[in-house]
Design a binder for this molecule. Structure first.
Ligand SMILES: Cc1cc2nc3c(=O)[nH]c(=O)nc-3n(C[C@H](O)[C@H](O)[C@H](O)COP(=O)(O)OP(=O)(O)OC[C@H]3O[C@@H](n4cnc5c(N)ncnc54)[C@H](O)[C@@H]3O)c2cc1C
Length: 395
């Protein structure tokens, strides 16, 4: 197997690089490179620019308006976007609910929802987890009771990432309590402006409002918003999780971060010496760099496998998230006391004040804390190990 990029793939990389140079707005790039969260407007503006180029849905097939890129081209595109400082596209619409709608939705649902996802006009959230239903997702208790041509939804979803911006949320709900827990679940698309929905912030360790509780109090949802068959939602949910995990290796983001880490490590510290001159630090950085390269090759190997990712998705999720977390640990060491400088207001979308200290240009304690989430969401790494032991090792 040849793991080098072909001349065509290298030419494609140059095309993407040039596009980013020409079209990535400077204000968005600056915010991303300073490791501040891009605002909702920035994420949507960037999505519109990509959409105008025909690149809005980099993983989408042509028949639904995507560019029809190969897996390797998608990887190159993501890597170049990360290296250039483009904001991450919103996975919940593009990579989670869209593939489910494409595969299991009816024509009306495709026509209604896919264009808004591609253009970035509609912000989607993921309503899977509940208090008491995370790893053991099938024990979820949010109910949807049939009332004529509507469902009446009651319950609570939690950890809903960026749900404060959400226009729509895709939810797993219990439609049958009489059968085995996996068999009584349905997959509903819910307009977040519906009466009875209340979104409440959860503030994370880094002080950011990134996640939310979402409460449903007698929310009326038309039956036509159900994907596929009633009580068959578990099948669609599992299909979606497979898509989520493959994206979690995050090679492009980590390569951009590694490049930044090397710059930081070469800067002079308070003692006048760059930390790269410390052999222990240098060894760990080199080790991580080699492991990142190995992850990149593994991702390429998995993606070019004709049968597509199976349980390998779990391996990529574990490896990618572990490398990411170690990267931020090292970054905190490299930045020394600057890592704890923190300007909470700078996390607000409308912050335009001075960016004092180096925290705004380098990853610091906030990032370190934030990245603890990597081994929890998308199915915790312990759960991924269970999957590997069962499906790969046959234990
Ligand atoms: C920052 C963040 C954002 C998130 N965003 C979203 C979102 O947008 N939408 C959404 O629906 N969900 C979201 N999640 C939820 C996420 O998917 C869950 O947190 C995750 O599935 C774990 O569930 P839990 O938190 O209930 O932990 P639990 O399931 O209670 O697990 C607690 C601990 O026990 C371990 N454990 C549990 N069961 C087993 C087992 N069988 N074998 C071995 N170890 C086990 C887990 O690995 C974990 O370490 C988000 C989570 C975080 C942290």
């Amino acid at each position: 197997m040849d793991l080098n990029y072909t001349p065509e793939q290298e030419a494609f990389r140059q095309e993407v690089r040039q596009f980013l140079k020409d079209k990535l707005p400077a204000d968005i790039q600056e915010r991303v490179q300073k490791r501040l969260r891009p605002t909702k407007d920035m994420v949507q503006r960037w999505q519109q620019i990509l959409h105008a180029q025909g690149w809005g849905g980099s993983t989408w097939p042509k028949e639904f308006g995507g560019p029809g890129w190969s897996e390797v081209e998608q990887l190159i595109f993501e890597e170049e976007c990360a290296l250039a400082g483009a904001p991450r596209q919103l996975d919940f619409g593009l990579r989670m609910v869209a593939p489910v709608i494409m595969k299991f939705g009816n024509q009306e649902q495709k026509d209604r929802h896919l264009p808004g996802i591609l253009s970035g006009d509609v912000w989607w959230s993921q309503g899977y987890s509940e208090p008491g239903a995370g790893s053991d997702l099938a024990s979820l208790r949010t109910t949807a009771e049939r009332d004529g041509d509507h469902y009446i939804v009651n319950g609570q979803k939690t950890w809903t990432t960026l749900g404060q911006h959400g226009d729509w949320i895709f939810c797993l709900v219990r439609t049958n309590k009489e059968v085995k827990s996996q068999e009584g679940i349905s997959f509903l698309l819910i307009d977040m402006k519906s009466p009875g929905i209340d979104v409440k912030p959860i503030i994370m360790l880094d002080g950011e409002h990134e996640i939310n509780d979402v409460f449903f109090d007698n929310v009326k949802v038309p039956v036509e918003n159900r994907i596929g068959e009633e009580d068959k939602g578990w099948t669609y949910a599992k299909f979606l999780l497979g898509h989520e995990r493959t994206g979690l290796a995050n090679v492009g983001q980590w390569k951009a971060m590694m490049r930044r880490m090397k710059e930081i490590a070469r800067q002079e510290q308070d003692d006048g010496k760059p930390i790269i001159e410390n052999p222990r630090f240098r060894d760990r950085l080199a080790q991580l760099d080699a492991e990142l390269r190995a992850l990149e090759l593994t991702v390429l190997r998995v993606l070019t496998n004709a049968s597509g990712p199976g349980p390998e998705a779990s391996i990529l999720k574990i490896r990618g998230t572990e490398i990411g977390q170690r990267m931020f640990e090292l970054a905190m060491e490299a930045t020394g006391q600057d890592a704890i400088t923190h300007i909470p207001e700078a996390l607000e979308p409308d912050y335009t004040g001075p960016l004092v200290g180096s925290v705004n240009a380098v990853p610091g304690a906030g990032d370190y804390f934030n990245m603890r989430k990597l081994s929890i969401f998308g199915g915790s790494n312990e759960i991924q190990r269970n999957i590997i032991s069962k499906l790969v090792l046959g234990l």
